[in-house]
Design a protein around this ligand. Sequence first.
Ligand code: LLP
Length: 443
Amino acid sequence: MRTKSMTVKNGELYIGDFSLSELSARYRTPLYVYDEEGIIEKINIFKEYFRSDKFATEIVYASKAFLAPYLCKILAGRDISIDAVSVGDLHLIEKSGFPNNRILLHGNNKSNGELEKAVEMGVEYVVVDSYTELARLKDLSEKKEKHINTLFRINPGIYADTHAYIETSLLSSKFGESIHDEEIIDKVVDIYRRAKYLRLDGFHCHIGSQINNPKSFIAAAQTMLNFTKRFAQKYGMEVDVLNLGGGFAIKYLENDAEVDLRWVLTEIIKTVESRVEKYGLKLKKLMIEPGRALVGDSGFTLYRVGLLKKTFGGKKYIFIDGGMSDNIRPALYQAKFTVEVANRVAEPDDDSDPYPSFNFYDVVGKCCESADIIAEAVNIDEVRIGDIIVVYATGAYCYSMSMNYNGLQRGAVIFVKGDKITEAIRRQSLDDLVATCDFGVTE
Ligand code: LLP
């Protein structure tokens, strides 16, 4: 589960020219590390396999997975668009110098302020989540006399085999308007027809995240194209764009099923090409929004071991200097991670013991919660206080979901490429932690 640029030298893990212990000492732990070449390789796979001669394609990075100005720069230079889910995201992306006309605004409860900011920035599309939001956007566009390009989010009702918390296309899901709800779709059409400044460029769907089964993506594409055809027939309105969202899974454990991204992307393109032709649709652009698959397995987290403990009941713990505050995924989704001791790596050995002894530990954090577990039952030969623990595939939804619970500081984020380190986000200081508190209040 090591990243593209990782090597082992003298029993120590390296990324590029740097040992993980050196990085840990220099930037302190917890430390999020990105393998820049790994991310670039992923971008190139998406660009190579998500393309068609029949229509344009656009790859939108779902920035909720991880957002930093340095990453925006990497993406901007490679023709990848980006999405935002709030005015906070828009603010950071704008400050990074990312081109406004390659930003999408998402969100299932956008405030008027957020819509206004997007309109002022002239983003590429506002992805409208509901007919009530559409009505508000219509009023706003008329007040500002500004044209707004929109995609309308449809819930296609496709089952995605993933954790219930990251499924988004059930009949009960809160996102978008249901493909089955003709009454609402009538209302949506009515608003678009009356709107002087709103353009319905196309439809959007996103069926969930960490989806392993490619059939779900194919089913979503087919369902959305059927819908587009029926929509054109019923309302006489043709759309230019289809955005199929993200959700491509990555491997977290050695035994996880391999997701062949190249194959999945090729199949999606083939499916859309053949349906577009069969239905005589005038689709001009197909979009996708990968988050995790672009950055997830190129990132890892480093921690220092502070304590080892064996309970009276026999459970052995490795205590690290972070935890659910920097990686909430095990507690929230029962997510599993691969863990290694970075400064004592066994070199592969031809006559290694075919019956290795098992030495299971739970790797747990500093937080006052029993759910503060990073990995359970990890087989580790030898571990000592002061060792560096590496947790793999933490590049998506770890830093972006981190928090200051128990007064823990968010760690730094660095990007490594060969002999170059970029500190994309510095470690929070103690002053950062209290920056929003008013100490002058009196009783
Ligand atoms: N597009 C939309 C509209 C989304 O809501 C999402 C993710 C994506 C694209 C990107 O999905 P991805 O390619 O990263 O799977 N915190 C959870 C994942 C939440 C996903 C939210 N939406 C986790 O840690 O698994």
